[in-house]
Design a protein around this ligand. Structure first.
Ligand code: PLP
Length: 293
């Protein structure tokens, strides 16, 4: 079962703004700029027992991405309604404890007058991430090719927007696989650690928990935000920092945090073993799954 709702914020009748459609039949035009140029923005929500998590943080990030790519401001109330409805309906149909809801907004049909975005939400089962959460992931660092201050220097590169242009975020995973690893940590061309292709880095040193500063053109991770709240509740001090690759050698533990997979401990980085705190990882993942938004 895959619930799909087309979202039409501009329709005059509110009853026609969310339209259920068959996810297995084509719904998007071959001239849609989301398809032809990867021009648009998206979000993926973790859903637990039919309830989407960190909704406000996702919607805030969606609005920010829309500003960055110069799309019309999304009707956040309508998108929230769409996400909650897709999550609830997909749960009713599947009873899956963990689901995902993907929200997509494209720039719409090329050269359409007036320009109208295409938008939809899609509910579907989460993959089984038990192994990564329990055993951890092998990670390699890869050069992102930009200096760490690229967002300030060249905002047109859209670093820090969650755009549909994820071909690079996928190709680095194939590179990781070729090198026998599971995932990737991007490093700036001047040696600062950044984020994964679909995850935020979380680093523990003693009782302090760090994530690389989002001012470096990184996505503000919704999962990382929840992890910080859970860590703070357990007495850890949390914060953002500029971290150089060398700083990671002093870490007592590291994780990749993301919707869907949640907190995956890094068990090796570039082939070097990293300490894994299984008890802390399990406790935080359990807490994340128990959160009600
Ligand atoms: N960084 C990037 C580049 C991402 O694509 C994602 C999520 O897909 C994240 C970080 C983590 O964000 P979240 O925790 O909201 O899934």
């Amino acid at each position: 079962m895959t619930v799909c709702l087309l979202v039409h914020p501009d329709r005059p009748d509110p009853a026609e703004r969310l339209v259920p459609v068959d996810a297995d039949t084509p719904q998007v035009s071959v001239t849609d700029l989301g398809v032809t140029r990867g021009d648009g923005v998206f979000e993926v929500f973790t859903v637990v027992d039919g309830r989407p998590q960190a909704v406000e943080a996702h919607l805030r990030r969606l609005a920010n991405s829309a500003v960055m790519v110069e799309l019309a401001a999304p009707d956040l109330a309508l998108f929230e309604q769409a996400v909650r409805r897709a999550a609830a309906e997909e749960y009713r149909a599947t009873h899956a404890h963990e689901l995902l809801v993907k929200l997509i907004i494209t720039r719409g049909i090329e050269d359409a007058e007036p320009a109208v975005s295409t938008a939809w939400v899609l509910g579907f089962p989460n993959a089984d991430h038990t192994r990564e959460r329990r055993d951890g992931v092998d990670v390699i660092t890869l050069d992102r090719g930009y200096p760490h201050d690229i967002a300030a220097r060249a905002p047109w590169l859209l670093a820090g927007a969650k755009t549909l242009s994820y071909a690079i975020n996928r190709s680095v995973l194939r590179e990781a696989s070729r090198r026998g690893a599971d995932d990737v940590l991007f490093v700036s061309s001047d040696g600062y650690v950044l984020e994964g292709p679909s995850s935020s880095l979380v680093v523990r040193r003693g009782t302090r928990i760090w994530t690389p500063s989002t001012a470096q053109g990184l996505l503000r991770g919704t999962t990382q935000g929840c992890v910080f709240e859970e860590m703070a509740a357990r007495g850890y001090a949390t914060g953002e920092a500029l971290l150089r690759s060398d700083d990671l050698a002093q870490a007592d533990g590291m994780w990749l945090a993301s919707s869907g997979r949640l907190l995956a401990p890094i068990r090796s980085l570039d082939g070097r073993a990293v300490q894994v705190d299984h008890a802390l990882t399990d406790a935080i993942n359990e807490a994340l799954l128990a959160r009600t938004d």
